[in-house]
Design a protein. Structure first.
Length: 363
């Protein structure tokens, strides 16, 4: 036994020449290896214990937050454990200044990367939860998903900037001058990208103000169509002619937008004219004919009809009715049916529609 102990003691006194570290006693080398393996094992065991407890707790709840915490813990990578363990093991040696700086930089990068990944998982959960709540619980809202992606991208960018500054500050870099330089550069970039940034912030305005949603029928200027996509920079609308209209979000926030989807029903005010040659009995029958035609059409509610004016070349009747639906196709179908039925009814009675005419009398 004594001889074994002496042999071990002599082995521990042996020295080895290692790259970048110089001559290292076997004892220190073995301790470093033990620290590396021990920390890796401890980190892994701790992660598994925490996951077991979290999964047990998650099985008793119906919330998504505990699932998010589990995903965050599961997201801790093994290579991060290894870098942290190597960094700790190296510090039992006397390291050259450059190697100390490199090891510190790698260690800080690994820790910052892992923290950012966990933070993104949590931010993604919070953003998705907020977006769904503000979308009346509609988890299939494509606009909400777009906004969640945008929030995730911005959060990741901000976290990486802050993480980078943290690493550089701990490596001895003067971040004050760097931040000042970034500020000046940021102003230049913002000026160069002012159109893109304007559209970006306009997309936030469209999302939170909700003047329209995907699937709504809107009128913008002389164009009417269905909103198909609300993106970060532009919104796409499929017009009634089948064209795809692409408008910048900035343009949409300043334009006059009529959202036809928000209507519960459509009020139609129209006018027709009949010829002056129409007999008195037929003129008096026109309001009743219009009312009967409208009453016979599905989803249509008659409101009023009046003989309103003697026009230049026609006797004018104004009438109002309602389409009891906001759907554009239902509206067009009702208009189509009304025009056909009124044409047939007037033809049966011998009533002629008027058109601009001019009568010339000569002596």
């Amino acid at each position: 036994m004594t001889e074994l102990l002496l042999s071990i003691e002599k082995l521990m006194e042996y020295s080895y020449s290692l790259p970048f570290l110089g001559t290292v006693p076997m004892g220190k080398f073995l301790i470093a290896v033990a620290i590396f393996l021990g920390l890796n094992l401890c980190f892994w065991l701790l992660q598994q214990i925490i996951l077991v407890q979290l999964r047990s707790f998650s099985a008793k709840t119906n919330t998504r937050f505990d699932d998010t915490v589990i995903a965050a813990v599961e997201g801790i990578r093994g290579w991060v454990y290894s870098i942290v363990s190597i960094y700790a093991a190296l510090h039992i040696f006397t390291l050259p200044t450059w190697l100390e700086t490199v090891s510190l930089g790698v260690f800080l990068f690994a820790v910052v990367w892992q923290v950012i990944e966990i933070a993104v998982i949590v931010i993604d959960y919070l953003a998705s939860r907020y977006v769904r709540k503000s979308s009346d619980g509609d988890v299939t809202d494509a606009n909400a998903e777009t906004m969640a992606d945008l929030i995730r991208i911005i959060a990741r960018a901000v976290l990486w900037v802050l993480g980078g500054l943290f690493v550089l500050a701990n490596l001895g870099v003067n971040v004050t001058s760097l931040i000042a330089g970034l500020g000046i550069g940021g102003i230049a970039v913002a000026f160069a990208l002012q159109g893109v940034l304007s559209d970006l912030f306009a997309s936030f305005s469209i999302y939170f103000d909700k003047p329209f949603r995907i699937g709504d029928v809107v009128t913008i200027g002389n164009d009417t169509g269905t909103v198909e996509k609300i993106g970060i920079k532009s919104t796409r609308i499929k017009t009634l002619r089948g064209e795809e209209l692409i408008l910048s979000n900035t343009e949409l926030t300043t334009a006059r937008v009529q959202n036809l989807e928000r209507m519960q029903e459509r009020r139609i005010a129209d006018q027709i004219g009949i010829t002056y040659e129409t007999g008195r009995e037929l003129v008096e029958a026109v309001p009743g004919i219009i009312k009967d035609v409208l009453d016979g059409i599905e989803n249509v509610r008659f409101d009023r009809v009046h003989f309103t004016a003697f026009g230049d070349s026609a006797l004018l009747f104004d009438f109002v009715y309602f389409i009891e639906s906001a759907d554009m196709i239902t509206y067009l179908d009702a208009q189509h049916e009304f025009n056909y039925r009124l044409l047939r009814a007037f033809a049966d009675k011998g009533i002629e529609f008027a058109y601009p005419t001019q009568t010339i009398y000569s002596k």
